[in-house]
Design a protein around this ligand. Structure first.
Ligand SMILES: NC(=O)C1=CN([C@@H]2O[C@H](COP(=O)(O)OP(=O)(O)OC[C@H]3O[C@@H](n4cnc5c(N)ncnc54)[C@H](OP(=O)(O)O)[C@@H]3O)[C@@H](O)[C@H]2O)C=CC1
Ligand SMILES: O=C(O)C1=N[C@H](C(=O)O)C[C@H](O)C1
Length: 248
């Protein structure tokens, strides 16, 4: 595949390595030096674009790819308030987009089991549930996209909780969750790649369900595999659609 990289920071550079290893070609890199001047014409000839830029840049990059008729994989988080609007544009314009808050296999298994766990816990009202995420201090968005996906999985299966709220520990005044609110607690510590924990706590015990990324390799390889998966498909997809957990 001929790939355009939108964003060439920590993730973009690692994705380049995995893409080359898997026999792909990097056609164009769009980053701080050329992002203002990049036009749809510059993307001509690309099979796919992979966006790991920043929350404020994602929508512009998606529009650029739609204009250029180039399928796009979006790993950038923090733009999900615009998801429905982008989905409509994508479908109306017959374009291809795959997005995911987390491309690692481990986290996608975690998403699946998180839903099963929420279902199993739903009758036991003596347990309160909370999500915790830990990331590096450079992260621009909070809560993490992964934590939002986890929270949505819990909210879908937990009666009595209707929305999530977020506290970034050490930043501003901490919100006290109401019983119907699901707390996502965010921590920003040194260079942590990404740790997510779901906690069910009662007076007598606690269940901790945790995923720890040891590096960014799982995210980067997953993004390249997602770009391969998207080839020849039209429509609006989530990374979870690449996995079939019902086989086991
Ligand atoms: N879905 C997943 O599996 C994962 C998602 N992420 C998400 O990916 C995003 C990037 O993460 P990461 O690589 O760690 O961040 P970095 O800050 O290391 O890299 C982002 C890069 O994007 C550049 N950039 C900013 N605006 C644009 C633009 N309009 N077009 C192209 N490039 C632009 C930045 O340049 P400059 O510094 O000059 O502004 C920077 O080099 C984040 O939103 C993060 O949450 C991260 C890991 C996994
Ligand atoms: O910014 C990061 O680093 C990460 N962002 C994604 C998120 O917001 O969930 C995925 C991963 O946890 C790393």
């Amino acid at each position: 595949m001929k790939i355009v990289l939108l964003g060439y920071g920590k993730m973009g550079q690692l994705i380049e390595k995995f893409a080359l290893k898997r026999g792909h070609e990097i056609l164009l890199i769009v980053d701080k030096d050329n992002r203002e001047s990049t036009l749809a014409n510059d993307l001509a000839g690309a099979d796919v674009a992979i966006d790991f830029s920043e929350p404020a840049a994602a929508i512009g990059n998606i529009s650029l790819c739609f204009e250029a008729n180039v399928p796009i994989v979006v790993g950038t988080t923090g733009w999900y308030d615009h998801l429905q609007e982008i989905k409509s544009v994508c479908l109306e314009a017959n374009q291809s987009l795959l997005y995911g808050s987390n491309f690692s296999i481990g986290v996608n298994v975690f998403f699946h089991v998180n839903r099963l766990l929420a279902q199993a816990m739903s009758p036991y009202k003596q347990y309160d549930v909370q999500v915790e995420e830990i990331h590096h201090i450079h992260k621009l968005d909070a809560p993490s996209g992964t934590a939002i996906t986890i929270a949505e999985g819990i909210l879908d299966h937990t009666t009595g909780k209707s929305a999530w709220i977020n506290n970034v520990v050490g930043e501003g005044e901490e919100l006290i969750p109401k019983p119907e609110e699901l707390l996502i607690e965010s921590h920003r510590i040194e260079e942590v790649p990404g740790t997510h924990t779901v906690l069910y706590s009662s007076e007598v015990d606690q269940i901790e369900f945790k995923h720890t990324a040891h590096s960014r390799a799982g995210f980067a390889l997953g993004a390249v595999v997602a770009a391969e998966w998207l080839q020849g498909k039209k429509g609006f997809f989530q990374v979870t659609e690449m996995f079939d957990f019902n086989r086991a």
